[in-house]
Write a protein that binds this ligand. Structure first.
Ligand code: PLP
Length: 447
């Protein structure tokens, strides 16, 4: 029998409140928290807070702890690494796990073309490296990205992001030559069309409108695209979308960069979500789940693109020995069953959420691949008015009942559990969500 979720003190309890107050006094005001979870320890899909409450984790530290919290094999690998040496700077010197991880990622990348890897410490750094490499290789200045996209918070990556205005507010000027076009968000098609009869108008419009009138394609270095929109609402595009987009890129010599920071490392049931869409990106970025919680970012590019000279890019901590060890252990666990589990339990979770959709009018759409699933809440099914406050309430009440979730997009509840969850965890999460939706819907009727 599981000993979680179990709430014994209404969160935040006294110890949690004290730590929240210390944090509030000294930590940057820029951090935006969804609920006051104060963690003491974690194991697998369980998190215990400082007051002894135990939660079922369906957000994985924002889609990061692939192998769950403190997986014994990840912990053992990190211990071995830290006992050997802590740091040497992989950009300037050599160590085995750095070369080993680069080789593993090159072999895993979609397609047969030889690849190379540049390591950083985070998603935003992986995207920065891709931006620099794309300019360096093509000699072109401009970029194309998507409305709703999130690529990070450093100046270059922020220039590509267009998920929430608050991320950009007050930080202009950003990179001047980034054009944003609508993503294939079929539930809310910006052109009012339906797939497949739309014939992917959202891709054609890039050529017919933008390339024809304001964005000379021969000046575009790269298109940055998330295989599945992440922070923008967990939106998987239609199956043929990425192939069409890649073909457009090829026509004009534009690099196709798949930002797999959130979709990558097995979460969708394949190592790279791009594989599921049948595309071979020119450049892929990874971070988040790659080392199950240790900081790492990777920019994987075709070897014929990654020819920039020594000194043109690098990082003191990028691909540090602890993170490389954790990443190698994570990849092994993925190959030994976690990736298959993401696919299988993802299907169970998706079916369970679709069954809830039958009974809850708040649920407008359920979508996803593997264990990357979004449930979009709407005030009315007909108007699809986003139920943003309700989504916040669902997440907050789930927290109070011991289920950790997060929102994304305007009114989407996202499910991104560690890939070690079991069927029982899925069933528990569904039953808590059912209860919470019933309560939030009842609140709405009373209001
Ligand atoms: N790219 C994508 C697709 C992301 O989802 C994120 C973070 O949510 C980033 C980049 C930025 O990653 P990081 O927060 O590690 O810099």
């Amino acid at each position: 029998m599981r000993n979680y979720p179990e709430i014994t003190v209404a969160p935040p309890g006294p110890r949690a409140r004290e730590i929240v107050a210390r944090d509030a006094a000294h930590v940057s005001t820029s951090n935006g928290k969804q609920y006051p979870l104060v963690v003491a320890r974690g194991l697998g899909a369980m998190i215990e807070d400082v007051d002894g409450n135990r939660y079922l984790d369906f957000m994985a530290g924002i889609a990061v702890v692939t192998a769950g919290h403190s997986h014994p094999r990840v912990v053992a690998a990190v211990k071995r690494a830290v006992e050997s040496f802590q740091h040497i700077c992989g950009s300037d010197f050599y160590f085995e796990s750095f070369a080993e991880l680069a080789g593993r990622l090159c072999r895993l990348a979609p397609g047969d073309a030889p690849r190379r890897v540049a390591f950083g410490n985070s998603g935003t750094e992986a995207v920065e490296a891709a931006l620099k490499l794309a300019r360096h290789h093509t000699g072109r200045p401009r970029f194309l990205a998507f409305t709703g996209a999130f690529h990070g918070r450093t100046m270059g990556a922020l220039s590509l992001s267009a998920s929430k205005a608050k991320h950009r507010r007050g930080f202009a000027p950003l990179l001047p030559d980034v054009t944003h076009v609508p993503y294939a968000y079929c539930y809310r098609c910006p052109y009012g069309l339906e797939h497949p009869s739309c014939d992917l108008h959202c891709v054609d419009v890039i050529e017919e409108q933008h390339f024809a009138h304001e964005l000379p394609p021969e000046e575009v270095a790269a298109v940055f695209v998330e295989p599945i929109l992440g922070e923008g609402g967990y939106v998987p595009p239609p199956p043929d979308y990425h192939r069409r987009l890649k073909a457009l890129c090829e026509k004009y010599g534009i690099l196709y960069v798949a930002d797999e920071v959130q979709t990558g490392t097995g979460r969708t049931g394949r190592f790279f979500a791009s594989e599921g869409y049948g595309v071979e990106p020119d450049i892929v970025t990874l971070a988040k789940g790659l080392a199950s919680g240790l900081p790492i970012g990777a920019t994987i590019a075709r070897a014929d693109l990654m020819t920039w000279p020594p000194g043109s890019h690098g990082s003191t901590f990028g691909g540090n020995p602890l993170a490389c060890a954790a990443a190698l252990a994570t990849i092994e666990l993925l190959e030994q069953g976690l990736m298959a589990r993401a696919k299988d339990l993802g299907a169970v979770l998706l079916a369970g959420l679709r069954a809830l959709q039958e009974r809850h009018r708040l649920i407008g759409d359920v979508r996803g691949r593997g264990l990357m699933i979004g449930v979009e809440l709407v005030r009315e099914l007909e108007t699809k008015e986003p139920a943003a406050q309700e989504a916040e309430r669902v997440v907050r009440r789930s927290f109070e009942k011991g289920l950790l979730l997060l929102t994304c997009g305007e009114s989407v509840v996202r499910f991104a559990p560690p890939l070690v969850i079991e069927r029982e965890d899925v069933e528990r999460a569904l039953s808590i969500l059912d209860e919470v939706l019933t309560e939030v819907e009842a609140d709405g009727r009373r209001a």
